[in-house]
Design a protein around this ligand. Sequence first.
Ligand code: ARG
Length: 473
Amino acid sequence: MKLWGGRFTKPTNELVDEYTASITFDKKLARYDIQGSLAHVNMLAKCNIISQEDAQQIADGLLKVQNQIDHDESLLTVENEDIHMNIERLLIEEVGPVGGKLHTGRSRNDQIALDMRLYAREAILDITNLLLEVQKALHKQAKQNMDTVLPGYTHLQRAQPILFAHHLLAYVSMFQRDLERLMDSFKRVNKSPLGAGALAGTTFPINREFVAEQLQFDGICENSLDAVSDRDFVLELLSNASVIVMHLSRLSEELVLWSSAEFSFVELDDAFSTGSSMMPQKKNPDVAELVRGKTGRVFGNLMGLLTTLKGLPLAYNKDMQEDKEGMFDTVDTIKGALALFAPMIETMVVKKENMYQAVRKDFSNATDLADYLVGKKLAFREAHSVVGQIVLYCIEQNKYLLDLTLKEFHKFSELVEEDIFEKLAPEAVVNARNVQGGPARNRVQEQYDQSKTLFEESEAWIQIHADKIKGQW
Ligand code: ARG
C-alpha cells in the first residue's frame, strides 16, 4: 500500500504511477533529504514532540538508509513515487513503525522546498569556485600577453589595436559580474522553508529556527505559503547560469574564430581539441563549439521553469515537480563547461606574431593619424577626410600607412612630419590610449592588479560559506 493509501479503495493505475513519479530524477536529492530529516527529527525530540529514544533510532536508521541507497539505487522504486516517500519507506523497513514518526509536523511540500535549497546553495558554491578558476586562467594568460598587440574589433572588422591581455581581462570582468550575482543570490537561497508544512504550518509546537540553525541557514522563510510555493531561487540560479553560459559562448566563438586558419591567433592544446573521422588533417575546437551549443539547453531550462510557474495559484502544485530536471541539467552543464574552460584557456598557445602582423597589415592606426593632424591644429572632421583619402591611396597602392614615405604623406598634408612613423607604430597606438580602463600597457596592468584583489575577496567568500555548509555533512 502507498504511504498515503488510507483513503483510497483502489490501487493507482500503473501508468499514473509512472507518470507522476519523480524518483528517476529526484534520487539526486537523497543526501539532502536525509540531511533535512536528521535536522527535523532532532528538533522533534528537542521540542518533546517525540522521545529522545525514538529520535535516536530514526537518526541511526536514516544513516543506514543513506548507506543502502549509496550501494544500491535499485532500492528506490517508482511505486514509492519520490525520494521522500522512498526514504521513509526504507526507514520504516529498517527501524520498524517508529520510522513512521519522522514525518510528524512535516509535509513533502516543505520537504522538497528544503531539498531544493540545500542542493541549490551547494551548486552556487561549486559554480562560484569554478568561475574563479576560469578567471584565474584568463588572468594567467593575460600576464603572458601584456605586450601582445592584436587588432581590437568592432563589427568583426579590425578597429583599433589593443593588447591581448586587455581582451582577456574583459572576460575577467564579465565573469566577475557573474560571480557577484551568484554570491548575492546565496542569501535568498539560504533560508529554511521547513515548518511550513503542506502550506499552513502545523499544530505541533515545532521550532523552525532550530532546524534552520542545524542546517546552517541564515534564517527561515517568513511566510508558510510562500515557503512551499517559491521557486524564485531556482529561477535565479537558472538565470545566473544563463548569463554565465552566454559569456562562455561568446568566448567560445572567439576561440573558434581565433583557431581557424583564417585568423590563426591561437592554437588550442591537443588535449582540448578533437579530430575528424574522415579528414586526417583536422583539429577541431569541439569543446568551445559544444559550450556554445549548450547555451540552448541552459536558456531553455530557464524559459521552461518560468513558464511552468507562470500560472500557478498558491501554494504548492504538482506542476512544481518540473523544477528539478532543468535545474540539475543546468548545474551539470555549467559545471562541466567551466571545469573544461580553465585548463583549455591556460594551455592555449597564443600566436603573438600572427596577432602582430594582423595589426601591421591593417589600417587600425588610421584614427591615430587623424588625431596626429588634429594635434597640428587641423579640425577633426577635416583630418578624418584627409586620412580617408590617404587610406584610399594606400588600398590602391597595396600599402599600409607605415609603408608610406614622408613624400607620399605630403601629397595629402604638409602637416605630417618624420615623427609620424613612431606615432603610428602599433605599440605607440596602444599606449597613446592612456585612459582608465583603456588599452595602454600601464592601464592594463592596473586592471590586472585590481583583479587579484577581487579574486582574494571571492576566495574569502567561498571559504566562509563552504566551511559553513560543508562542515555539517
Ligand atoms: N515529488 C514532489 C515534487 O517534487 C514532492 C512534493 C509532492 N507533494 C505532494 N503533495 N504531492 O514536487
